[in-house]
Design a protein around this ligand. Structure first.
Ligand code: F6R
Length: 610
């Protein structure tokens, strides 16, 4: 998704803007640009299609230095990836960058063309630049012109604006897309994500929906959607800048896979007693209302949705609460029946996913008991707008393919299930078992990471494959879904997951020697049934790869059946443990295929438009 960086400072801000764009690369983009108020020379704009390095090369040929500027990475929505569509966009002396989508751009464009404005791009953003310029021409007050234009925009945006005649002022606004203000010493910055600015500050103000701001080196003025002045407190960013570096690892994804023991331990920190969970973690209001929850709806996208699917098995079995799980893009547009005392849970790594956020907002009017956000980013929109929150502490996740965010979501959901079981006085043996299993989890995950060398050689088997099937049952069915999603997104191999019992209802027809079938087969109550399903695959010459428990008799080795064993673990944490080899498998297959592991084609890390 698009990324914004802006600065007004005593020093030359161009290197800071470029470094900020580099740090936003993980979000996905196809072009980049910068506009700087060059000392004594008016606005200088440089844009390039491709990576930030292309923009740097363009700047090397045509340097731009100054104390006020805005920069952008663009992910094409309106208009193809091309230099003339790259941001910033200019109208006269005024320059704009934008993240999000202006839904009413077409009528606004028509109106502005009728007024004589000439467009040089197909973007919705250029409409914003001309609209502000139009009002500024009328009233000569840039803040008022900005406000009037904002009032006419429908859709989602984070916007930044500078004007050639105001060399010390940076304007910005947010509605539906994230934007933070970074506080320096006699300097101010803005960015779509604090990560972009950690090289210059760790102190941030998080704009609320509808806020707009005017920044100079020394002043930060913020107004809400009704133009009332507001104070958004400065918060210190908790993750050290070095957590953003790859260190000894070849890719962020690999680093993040190996960070999982620590991420899980950080997520559990302070949440477990001797034999019970500490429900106070949820905050006083949530804690007192936990016992009232009679139903649960879970809404999320992608990998986070898969975490929700696992949780449904846990919540219904262990807490005895009916639970439905749905992708946010469907949920937000349908009629939802909400039984009395239903809790809505949204799950998101970023807390900025447009569909999940819209689902939360939609849910506010549907009569839920409360809304709970399970999220990895404390200052995100989702966390700020939900009634209750449960944070995962995976640390920044840079690789587009979600890994440590997923396993920490599962940890948070198992913790929540245990909390619900506890307040409902369910079987205390189950609660104690969950607590003990969670405590051992970081160490167990560490052991499963030792499978990496074995999986490296296994990955070669996928070198010439175009399709793969993933099978699982019970809580491991969503894990098979997650395994298939990981494989397809980073290796571009078409992969599908099925509940193993569905095999003979259709997908078995696909099985032959060209179809690797990956199965997740821990030692649980469904193992014997799963084994029968796998026999159906073997009988048809399928290439089976099974992740199984070391305590189970595996039979004679077979060229068509590779078995990788994992240590025995309690059922409740097994889906989390079996995720690890599937992540490693997709990573190593992507290496064999030579794809861009951390930034797979067509994908963005943070999907802030629907
Ligand atoms: C897949 C992946 C995506 C995200 C999805 C939701 O590896 O990362 O499917 O899970 O875009 O993102 P969040 O969790 O930030 O809401």
């Amino acid at each position: 998704m698009c990324g914004i960086v802006g600065a007004v400072a005593q020093r030359n801000i161009t290197p800071i803007l470029i470094e900020g764009l580099r740090r936003l690369e993980y979000r996905g983009y196809d072009s980049a640009g910068v506009a700087v108020l060059a000392d004594g020379n008016g606005i200088k704009r440089v844009r390039a299609v491709g990576k930030v390095i292309e923009l740097e090369n363009a700047l090397a040929n045509s340097p731009a230095n100054g104390h006020l500027g805005i920069a952008h990475t663009r992910w094409a929505t309106h208009g193809k990836p091309a230099e003339h569509n790259a941001h910033p966009h200019i109208s006269g002396k005024l320059v704009v960058v934008h993240n999000g989508i202006i839904e009413n751009h077409a009528p606004l464009r028509k109106r502005l063309i009728d007024l004589g404005y000439q467009f040089t791009s197909e973007t919705d953003t250029e409409v914003v630049a001309h609209l502000i310029a139009h009002y500024f021409q009328q009233n000569h007050d840039l803040l008022e012109a900005f406000r009037t234009a904002l009032g006419e925009l429908h859709g989602a945006y984070a916007l930044a604006l500078i004007h050639e005649d105001q060399p010390q002022t940076l304007y910005c606004a947010r509605m539906g897309s994230p934007l933070v203000i970074g506080e320096g010493s006699e300097e101010h910055y803005i960015a779509s994500d604090p990560l972009a600015l950690l090289q210059v500050t760790d102190r941030f103000r998080y704009l609320e929906e509808g806020d707009h701001a005017r920044l100079s080196m020394t002043r930060c003025e913020i107004w809400d959607s009704r133009n009332n002045p507001v104070d958004r407190p400065v918060k210190r960013y908790e993750h050290a800048a070095h957590s953003l570096e790859k260190g000894e690892y070849r890719h962020y994804m690999l680093k993040e896979i190996f960070e999982q023991p620590q991420a899980i331990s950080d997520t559990l920190s302070g949440t477990l007693g001797d034999d019970h969970v500490l429900t106070a973690v949820l905050g006083p209001e949530a804690e007192t209302r936990l016992a009232d929850i009679a139903n649960i709806h879970i809404v999320a996208c992608g990998t986070s949705y898969h975490a929700g699917l696992v949780a449904r098995y846990w919540i219904e079995e262990q807490a005895g609460i009916p639970c439905c799980v749905e992708v946010a893009s469907e949920y937000r547009y349908r009629t939802v029946v909400v039984p009395a005392n239903t809790l809505l849970i949204t799950i998101s790594q970023s807390g900025e996913t447009a569909d999940t956020l819209a689902a939360l907002r939609f849910a506010k009017d549907q009569g839920y008991l409360a809304t709970l956000a399970i999220c990895n980013v404390a200052g995100s929109s989702l966390v700020r707008e939900a009634d209750w929150r449960l944070l995962t502490h995976a640390g920044p996740e840079i690789g587009v393919a979600s890994t440590k965010a997923f396993t920490t979501q599962l940890v948070a959901l198992l913790w929540l299930t245990t909390a619900l079981a506890q307040v409902r006085n369910r079987d205390s043996a189950v609660i104690q078992r969950n607590v003990q299993a969670l405590k051992t989890l970081p160490q167990v995950i560490q052991q499963s990471l030792e499978l990496a060398p074995r999986i490296t050689s296994l990955a070669e088997r996928f070198a010439n494959k175009h399709h793969a099937l993933f099978l699982g049952r019970g809580t491991h069915y969503p894990i098979a879904m997650e395994g298939a999603l990981k494989l397809k997104e980073i290796s571009y191999i078409h992969a599908e997951a099925y509940a193993a019992g569905e095999l003979k209802h259709g997908p078995l027809a696909l099985v032959d020697e060209d179809m690797p079938v990956v199965s997740v087969a821990p030692s649980d109550s469904l193992l014997e049934k799963l084994k029968s399903n796998l026999e159906e695959v073997r009988a048809r010459g399928g290439q089976l790869i099974t992740f199984a428990c070391e305590t189970i008799e595996q039979g004679e080795p077979d060229a068509n059946h590779e078995v990788i064993t994992l240590p025995w673990v309690e059922d409740c944490i097994s889906p989390i443990v079996y995720t690890i080899p599937l992540q490693l498998l997709s990573y190593h297959v992507a290496l064999v295929k030579g794809t861009d592991v951390d930034k797979p084609r067509n994908l963005a890390k943070s999907v802030t438009v629907e």
